[in-house]
Ligand binder design. Sequence first.
Ligand code: FES
Length: 109
Amino acid sequence: MTSSSTFVRVCGLSELEEDTPKRVELDGTPVSVVRTEGEVFAIHDICSHANVSLSEGEVEDCQIECWLHGSSFDLRTGKPSSLPATRPVPVYPVQIEGDDVLVSLTQES
Ligand code: FES
């Protein structure tokens, strides 16, 4: 039986700068990996409002802000907290093993 949550190494923990999103690709899916507030989060790297890379936005208070129209998404849930985006962005589970950051494309919410 295959597991539905396969964790894949996307980068090293030491490669992640605090509050500086890093764009990676996992099976062709763009993912923004963010280290902030002592944790690492993985969120789909495309805004739900338009085809824009979230990893080019700013991180604050566990939210990532889309640089184009300013919607912020909660890194824990993917939910937008401000307009114009109304739909959530998928977030993915993260595991840390030593210096390895592992992400599974299984959605948490
Ligand atoms: S493209 Fe992200 S808020 Fe509009």
